[in-house]
Design a protein around this ligand. Structure first.
Ligand code: 5GP
Ligand code: MN
Length: 349
């Protein structure tokens, strides 16, 4: 497997503390001069996707703009506590006449799904705001800050640059994205800037315990049953711990359609492991077997390299990809690549 050289270099950057960020002036110009703005994010939306979408909507409304918020996939029930989720539309309601499209928290264009339609939208400026190290710079204007722990963190800097005061309507979704992407300030990228931004969001009216209770500290019984099935397959070898989730076990558990299983987060806490992986089997509408791979790593191991090499992306400690093939074949191939990454990343003895 070829690990991308530029990404390999970024191993060294893991865990470094970033300086405060500021948006490029061209992005600010685009936002200030546009009126009817389509705001979108990635498929199977997580807390940062939904939080940044709702936060941007509130910022744009404070600027007297007309934002439209859209996602391909339905929101899972854990995010229903966020005011405004009912205003997010699906692909069938997205029209084609906008002055600007803003895509949030999405590292590559294929991750947007069908709320972005190249035929209808390719003449409209596309502004990308994202914090993934694997971002492919697919927009007409790209603001990418891998030093930020969440896209929501970038939007606070953007509101400042636009002279938009933070309100509670912005603060609740923006803090939700920061809390979920940092697993409540436990990831290695939780630096001084993250905590300063958090303090400002708290002062603007967001309540931390309300967010944690509704997201990280809340799961359905179905999800626990799915974990049970996954944990029955768990294995560890040379610092890599991994488990598989069959489509049948997912169906039997009854978890919601776009519910992320989060099992890789749990597995990386295994003391004997540096890297965790889960392989979830899914069948496309045409019957093709697809394996959704999730990776997590302790500091010093950049799993986004492996995700990127298999057509996905993410961050050094948390990344993923979707690979066509059978559960057995894909997991064997990807685990071999993770072993290679681990060997390359271990300090020379
Ligand atoms: P998770 O394991 O929670 O699904 O994803 C962890 C990270 O990897 C997230 O930042 C997510 O955006 C990224 N990621 C997961 N799956 C994919 C994928 O198929 N493609 C890309 N580009 N990124 C992914
Ligand atoms: Mn994010």
């Amino acid at each position: 497997m070829n690990l991308d050289a530029s990404l390999l270099k970024q191993n060294a950057a893991c865990g470094q503390k970033g300086a405060p960020v500021s948006p490029p002036p061209r992005l600010l110009d685009l936002l200030e001069t546009s009126h009817h703005i389509l705001c979108i994010s990635h498929v199977t939306p997580d807390g940062d996707a939904i939080g940044s979408l709702l936060g941007l909507g509130a910022i744009l409304r404070a600027m007297a703009k007309r934002p439209v918020l859209a996602l391909q996939d339905a929101l899972t029930s854990e995010f229903q506590f966020l005011p405004g989720v009912e205003t997010i539309i699906g692909p069938s309601q997205v029209g084609r006449s906008y002055d600007l499209i803003v895509c949030l928290d999405t590292s590559s264009i294929d991750r947007i799904g069908n709320v972005y339609c190249s035929d209808a939208h390719d003449r409209i400026p596309l502004a990308v705001i994202d914090h993934h190290i694997t971002n492919t710079y697919y927009g007409t204007e790209n603001w990418v800050e891998p030093s930020c722990a969440a896209t929501c963190q970038m939007l606070v800097a953007m509101a400042d640059a636009l002279n938009v005061p933070l309100t509670e309507e912005m603060a609740l979704p923006l803090l939700t994205g920061l809390v979920t992407d940092t697993l409540c300030f436990r990831t290695a990228n939780t630096d001084e800037n993250v905590l300063q931004v958090t303090l400002r969001l708290l002062r603007a009216g967001a309540e931390l315990d309300h967010i944690v209770r509704n997201t990280l500290d809340s799961r359905s019984f179905s999800l626990v049953k799915l974990w049970g099935a996954g944990l029955a397959t768990v294995q560890i070898e040379d610092g890599i711990v991994w488990a598989t989730l069959s489509a049948e076990s997912r169906r039997q558990s009854g978890v919601e359609l776009h519910q992320s299983d989060g099992l890789a987060n749990f597995l990386v806490t295994v003391r004997e492991a540096e890297i965790s992986a889960t392989f979830a089997q899914r069948f496309a509408q045409n019957g093709q077997e697809l394996i959704e791979c999730s990776f997590r790593a302790k500091p010093g191991f950049n799993v986004s390299q492996v995700a990127f090499a298999f057509g996905g992306g993410g961050h050094p400690p948390a990344a993923g990809c979707t690979v066509a093939g059978t559960l057995g074949e894909v997991s064997a191939r990807v685990v071999a690549a993770l072993h290679e990454l681990r060997r390359q990343s271990l300090p020379a003895s």
